[in-house]
Design a protein around this ligand. Structure first.
Ligand code: GLN
Length: 273
């Protein structure tokens, strides 16, 4: 079949944008270039894979897992079902964290740890933007760390890895702690495509969705230097909870909540100069 025929086939089963994305990926072109090769005959093995992938999409598997990578902060990151699909909102966490690091430690070397790194999205993107700093990627899941390691090597980035449950029994001190931990409440309604496909370990954090923040903040004093920055992504209803948790576990700090592009409270920065 020709490219055009396969687009028509895909469109009859799934959203046309998704059909084009799948075929473009398999033909090794971008979605725009695909439209310039509509008459091209598609090899049979590609046609079969395409049809199989269309059926996977129909079953509700996210396209990012089917294609196997995402563009995050301009870097192509490989992903699989062992890691959360990096989100656009998290790119804002990266941008704001880099800004804060530059403000607090201009051109200085800092030690940064990304807690619950998953695919490595946050830590690797920060390392790419600030190559002079020391970055450690931590995750409880060995399978996730394997994904992060492979992404680091593809991006040619040198970072350290720790397999651990957040900061439990970690003695090292860091200047910067950054994390987009699980923060969904056990009973919270979320989209089926998320709930049925992404790792629950990366999504859920107890009845109030705060388990990971508590886990991190209750230990954090032993793991931060005198001058520090803690940067969290949060759920859009969790701002006040985070302000309260900070007041329980820390003294003499600055705290700021930053909104995402949809004007929702999505990032918390806690720092001490
Ligand atoms: N830190 C990773 C990300 O932001 C994974 C987050 C998670 O699994 N909760 O994509």
């Amino acid at each position: 079949m020709k490219v055009d025929d396969l687009i028509v086939y895909g469109k009859s089963k799934v959203h046309s944008d998704l059909a084009k994305m799948l075929l473009a990926d398999l033909m090794d072109v971008n979605s725009l270039e695909l439209l310039t090769i509509l008459d091209k005959e598609v090899p049979e093995d590609i046609e079969n894979t395409y049809k199989y992938r269309v059926s996977e999409l129909q079953k509700g598997r996210p396209i990012q897992y089917i294609i196997g990578n995402v563009n995050f902060c301009g870097n192509i990151l490989d992903i699989n079902e062992n890691v959360l699909i990096p989100r656009f909102e998290t790119e804002q966490l990266v941008v704001n964290t880099v800004e804060k690091i530059n403000e607090l430690w201009p051109n200085q070397i800092v030690d940064l740890i990304d807690l619950g790194t998953g695919s490595g999205a946050i830590g690797l993107s920060i390392k790419k933007k600030l190559p002079h700093i020391n970055v450690t990627l931590l995750d409880i899941s060995n399978n996730a760390l394997e994904v992060a390691k492979s992404n680091a090597s593809k991006l040619n980035l040198e970072v350290k890895y720790i397999e651990n449950d957040m900061l439990e029994n970690i003695a090292n001190k860091y200047d910067v702690i950054v994390s987009n931990p699980p923060y969904i409440k056990t009973n919270e309604e979320i989209e089926d495509i998320v709930k049925n496909n992404e790792p629950h370990l990366a999504l859920y954090a107890g009845d109030d969705g705060l388990d990971c923040y508590k886990k991190i903040l209750s230990h954090v004093k032993e793991n931060i230097k005198d001058k520090y920055l803690i940067a969290f992504e949060i759920g859009d209803t969790q701002k006040e909870d985070l302000y309260t948790l900070a007041s329980i576990y820390l003294t003499n700090y600055n705290i700021e909540c930053i909104k995402d592009f949809s004007n929702r409270d999505r990032m918390i920065f806690i720092w001490n100069k």
